[in-house]
Each structure stands twice: as C-alpha cells, then as structure tokens.
Design a protein around this ligand. Structure first.
Ligand code: SF4
Ligand code: SF4
Length: 294
C-alpha cells in the first residue's frame, strides 16, 4: 500500500536534537529510547547549530525548538540559546533536573536581553512522587520540581508537559492534582500541556504498541487540516543530518538530507506514529487542543 505523502507547506519551525539521544534518565515511555549511554545521535556543537541557523534565516524559519535527550547535558546549550535568540524565539524541552541556580540566572539574562521569547517546556508525568517516578525513575520528581521552582523564581512560566498515562475518567483528578502541586511550589498560574503517548521506542515495550490498522490512509486526509502535522511546517536538525520530524529520528528513511534545503521534500506517512499525530494534531508545538493554560 502506498501511503499518503505530505508536502512541506513552509519551513516555519526548526528543531534541534541538541543533545542527541543522550539523557540523564531512562523513562519507561521514551519514544526514542534515550539514556545516558544511547549514542545513536551525539550532542550538536554550537558550530553545527550555527550553520543551520544561518541557513534557516534564508529559508524564513520563524521559531526554534531544542530537544534531546536532555538539552542541559549539552555544555554549550546556554551559548546556543543566546545565539538563537539573536534571530528568533526559542523553546527548550527539558526534564529540568540539571538546571542549577546559575543556569536559571543566565537563562533569565539571555531572555531579558532578547527581543524574542524564550519558552521552557518541562516534562513531568505525575503530580506526586509515586505517580511520576514509576515512569521516569526513582528520585526524578523531586529534582524536576526543584528545576521548575528555579525557573519560576527567575520569572519563567514553564509549560509543564505531561504524557497521558491515565484513563479518561481520571482527567479532572489528574489536572487538579498537577495544578495544586505546582501551586505548592510557588507556580501561581501553571501552564499544562497533555501529550498522547507515541507507541514506539520504549513505549512500544511498555504498552502493546500500535494495532495493525493504525496507519494514516488517503481517505483520512480528505478535508483534514494538514498543517496540524508538524512535518507540514517543521524539520529537525541532528548530529547526523536533517530528519523529517522529532518523532521519527530512529527511522533511517526519515533522514531527508544534510542541509535544510535538501530536507524540503515530500514525505510518505508510512509510520504508525503518524497515526497518533493524525489523531491528536500539533502534539509537538507549544500550543494545541490538549494545552491548558490556567
Ligand atoms: S522521555 Fe525525555 S526525559 Fe525521559 S528519557 Fe526520553 S528524552 Fe529523557
Ligand atoms: S510522525 Fe508525525 S510529524 Fe512525523 S512524519 Fe509522521 S505525521 Fe509527520
């Protein structure tokens, strides 16, 4: 079966796999199986990032996203962010555990001295130690909340990103739990973003993975708002070239070239993870139908 192809509408957003597949923790649901020893993708240097930034300006990119792995494992992350914020807004996806007072202070300085915004997105999967650490590992909750507090104390309003691992009937209970916990750490008006789980990588092992029928078909895309899919407006630069999206970097066919220009080709939605994108829309952007600002 030939799957539908998606064309890049405009390269509005450029992602960087800035810490590769290296992470300080090993989450049970990580869709790219990051860990302290996963060297499939390495850290990106400021020189590598800068070359892509330069190319991105010519292509009209509007926003930048930094992910991993854990971006704060990359020793050059603060300089990379400063450089990026000289040309456009940036968002960092982090587990916040490695953020120390001097990082938070410098992040504030970088943010204050730019005309562009710096958003911090912090992944936490439970509003209690028990709920979070069963997925993210022992001792993670306390360290992550320390990072959140440092960000809040330095004037940031981090977007708390939560992968949905509970049943629909518990939605209100979980959201209220998060709001109460975050407020108890001094975060007066928490911003929450709920993400669906992507059943690939470690998550395919933790759950039963996708069902056989879960693919995107031509019929499904009739009257569908294609720009909901991040591959319609984004690409991700990595230490090994440019890939179609942050979700599929483990799939060799998702590599589209060495430069951004080479990567601006159509892509066939042949992966089952595409089905989750189809169902839930802009799952990687800062705001989507599953975001909650309070
Ligand atoms: S889900 Fe995020 S924090 Fe957890 S192992 Fe993967 S990259 Fe690291
Ligand atoms: S996983 Fe999502 S963003 Fe990536 S190619 Fe498939 S639909 Fe596009």
């Amino acid at each position: 079966m030939k799957h539908p192809e998606i064309y890049l509408d405009a390269l509005d957003n450029l992602w960087f796999q800035v810490s590769g597949t290296l992470c300080n923790i090993v989450c049970e649901h990580c869709f790219i199986s990051c860990s302290p020893v996963n060297h499939s993708f390495e850290f990106m240097s400021i020189a590598q990032v800068s070359a892509y930034l330069e190319e991105s300006v010519k292509l009209g990119v509007k926003e930048y996203y930094f992910t991993g792995g854990e971006p704060f494992m990359n020793k050059e992350i603060l300089d990379i962010l400063e450089r990026t914020l000289s040309i456009g807004p940036a968002t960092v996806l982090t587990n916040s555990m490695l953020i120390r007072p001097h990082h938070a202070k410098r992040l504030k300085e970088i943010s204050d001295s730019s005309i562009y915004s710096l958003e911090m997105r912090v992944s936490i999967d439970g509003y209690t130690e028990e709920m979070n650490d069963v997925i993210r590992g022992k001792g993670v909750f306390k360290k992550a909340m320390t990072g959140v507090k440092l960000l809040v104390d330095n004037g940031f309003l981090p977007i708390i990103t939560i992968t949905k691992t509970w049943q629909d009937k518990d939605d209100d209970k979980v959201l209220t739990g998060f709001m109460d916990t975050l407020k108890s750490y001094g975060y007066a008006r928490p911003r929450l973003k709920i993400l669906p789980s992507l059943k690939i990588g470690k998550e395919a092992v933790r759950t039963k993975g996708y069902d056989e029928y879960e693919f995107v078909t031509h019929e499904m895309l009739e009257d569908y708002e294609i720009r909901n899919l991040i591959c319609a407006n984004s690409r991700i630069a990595t230490s090994k070239g440019v890939y179609v999206c942050p979700i599929l970097i483990d799939s060799p066919d998702a590599k589209l070239g060495e430069s951004l220009e080479e990567s601006m080709t159509p892509y066939e939605l042949k992966h089952q993870a595409c089905y989750t994108c189809y169902l839930f829309g802009a799952i990687c952007s800062n705001f989507s139908s599953t975001s909650h600002d309070a």
